[in-house]
Design a protein around this ligand. Structure first.
Ligand code: TGC
Ligand code: FAD
Length: 396
């Protein structure tokens, strides 16, 4: 039996379960650096970016490059080669600012850069990765189409050979960073199977169109990619893969970042609710003194801590090389759902103030409606788990 005395220090709202103890000094340093950047550069501005539906993506990309977070979990080619856990902590801090900023980083590092890093030729890696790591070039990842979302295997975008060249035709939809990208990784059906192509901006026949009227992820660029008989040399093809495994392997990386990121949004909403509840007086008392509000705060704190522990566990598995896509599905499903619940609860704690951009909560809440949909909807991840548990696929 343990004889250890009860620790004298009471749990703190910022880190109730003392999860910090499980991080290395290097991980804490990276986390603190990103947190400070978000506090100084994102938090003061993001409400306005959200309201305007415009984000200075190029400027941000350069700053994020200088912070070493673009493709930070990749080795070589100017990438930081940090641990998966450190990358996750960075995602958490970025999304505590706004899901759109984490999206910019996820799409750049985990989707566009990872696709080239994992499946590209040496020339493609040399050409793109150092500039992308520095934030001098922005990338996007075109998988989804108007009629192929959860079922990317039904994509219509095609690439056919023409001599030694390829001709690409089709349309991609809902593409983060689309119109601000210097390079698009576009997935297309070929006779050999689903294949990725590196398409530089400005290639004749390749155009983009932004998607407007969004009420979520407004501090993020979302575009359509239009490919009208785009001629590309064979050197633009990612040579390493010709199956759906190619894009799905990239999604594992980005989904892993979301497992962490969603908890950042939840933490920001919990902190806003806690501080508001202590300051706001009704019936001559701070609303934090009422049992119903305390229950809400207790539930929010529990979900933030539980979600962080889950993310950290998956991070450690990834660093050991033991993380499976099914683990990532469980993490994304659980943490995004939990974060949505925390943000919705926080919004109510703030009363009418909860519906304005003066506070971060409705922005995070609305953003998470995209996060629960992209990178595999909650339903898709539940079905991945269902198939793993029962051995019976229920997608079709
Ligand atoms: P299925 O027959 O199961 O598999 C086809 C091939 O892919 C392999 N595979 C995987 N490989 C790596 N990782 C995974 N998670 C994989 N899942 C499957 C599989 O082994 C097979 O390989 P091979 O070599 O035999 O060909 O495929 P399916 O057509 O039945 O689809 C399965 C399903 C539904 C799970 C999958 O299609 C899916 O995940 N759908 C959701 C689509 C999605 O998540 N789209 C996201 C688009 S990108 C985005 O949203 C970016 S938002 C970013 C931001 O702003 O942050
Ligand atoms: P659908 O697949 O049409 O799904 C509609 C509904 O049906 C959902 O509730 C879904 O869960 C359900 N459903 C579908 N199939 C099944 C089934 N078998 N069983 C039960 N229910 C099912 N894509 C990219 O490629 N690159 C990007 O950068 C990118 N960025 C995005 C940014 C934003 C802001 C958003 C909102 C989306 C982005 N996406 C991107 C697209 C995203 O990945 C898709 O929206 C997502 O995969 C879902 O596809 P869908 O919207 O066509 O919905």
């Amino acid at each position: 039996m343990s004889t250890a005395a009860t620790p004298t220090e009471k749990p703190r709202a910022e880190d109730f379960l003392a999860i910090d103890r499980n991080l290395s000094d290097e991980e804490r340093d990276i986390r603190d650096t990103v947190r400070a950047w978000v506090r100084d550069k994102v938090v003061p501005e993001v409400g306005e970016w959200f309201e305007a539906g415009a984000v200075p993506a190029r400027e941000l990309a350069k700053e994020l490059g200088a912070l070493n977070v673009l493709g930070m979990h990749l080795e070589g080619y100017g990438c930081a080669g940090a641990s998966a856990t450190a990358y996750g902590l960075a995602c958490l801090e970025l999304e505590a600012g706004d899901s759109g900023i984490r999206s910019l980083v996820s799409v750049q590092g985990s989707l566009a850069m990872f696709a080239i890093w994992k499946w590209g030729s040496e020339e493609q890696k040399q050409e793109w990765l150092p500039r992308m790591a520095a934030g001098e070039a922005i990338g996007c990842f075109g998988l989804t189409e108007p009629d192929a979302g959860s079922d990317p295997g039904s994509m219509r975008t095609r690439a056919r050979r023409d001599g030694s060249d390829w001709i690409l035709s089709g349309q991609k939809m809902w593409i983060t960073n689309g119109s601000v990208s210097d390079v698009a990784v576009v997935w297309a059906r070929t006779e050999e199977g689903v294949t990725g192509f590196v398409v530089p901006a400005g290639t004749p026949g390749f155009t983009t169109q932004d998607i407007h009227k969004k009420l979520s992820l407004r501090a993020s660029v979302t575009s359509e990619l239009l490919l009208d008989e785009v001629r590309l040399p064979d050197s633009a093809r990612l040579p390493g893969v010709s199956s759906l495994k190619g894009p799905l392997s990239c999604l594992n990386e980005a989904r892993y970042g979301i497992v962490w990121g969603a908890i950042g949004a939840a933490r920001a909403c919990f902190e806003a609710a806690l501080s508001y509840a202590k300051e706001r007086t009704q019936f001559d008392k701070p609303i934090a003194s009422f049992q119903i509000q305390q229950l809400k705060l207790a539930q929010m704190a529990t979900e933030v801590n539980r979600g962080t522990l889950l993310a950290l566990h998956l991070g450690r598995l990834k660093d050991e090389g033991a993380l499976r896509p099914e683990h990532v599905s469980m993490g994304k499903l659980a943490n995004v759902n939990a974060a949505l619940e925390v943000c919705r609860t926080a919004r109510q704690v703030l009363g009418a103030n909860g519906i304005t951009l003066e506070y971060p909560v409705i922005r995070h809440m609305n953003n998470l409606e995209s996060v629960v949909t992209y990178e595999g909807t909650a339903d898709v991840h539940a079905l991945v788990l269902g198939e793993t548990l029962t051995g019976i696929g229920a997608f079709r």
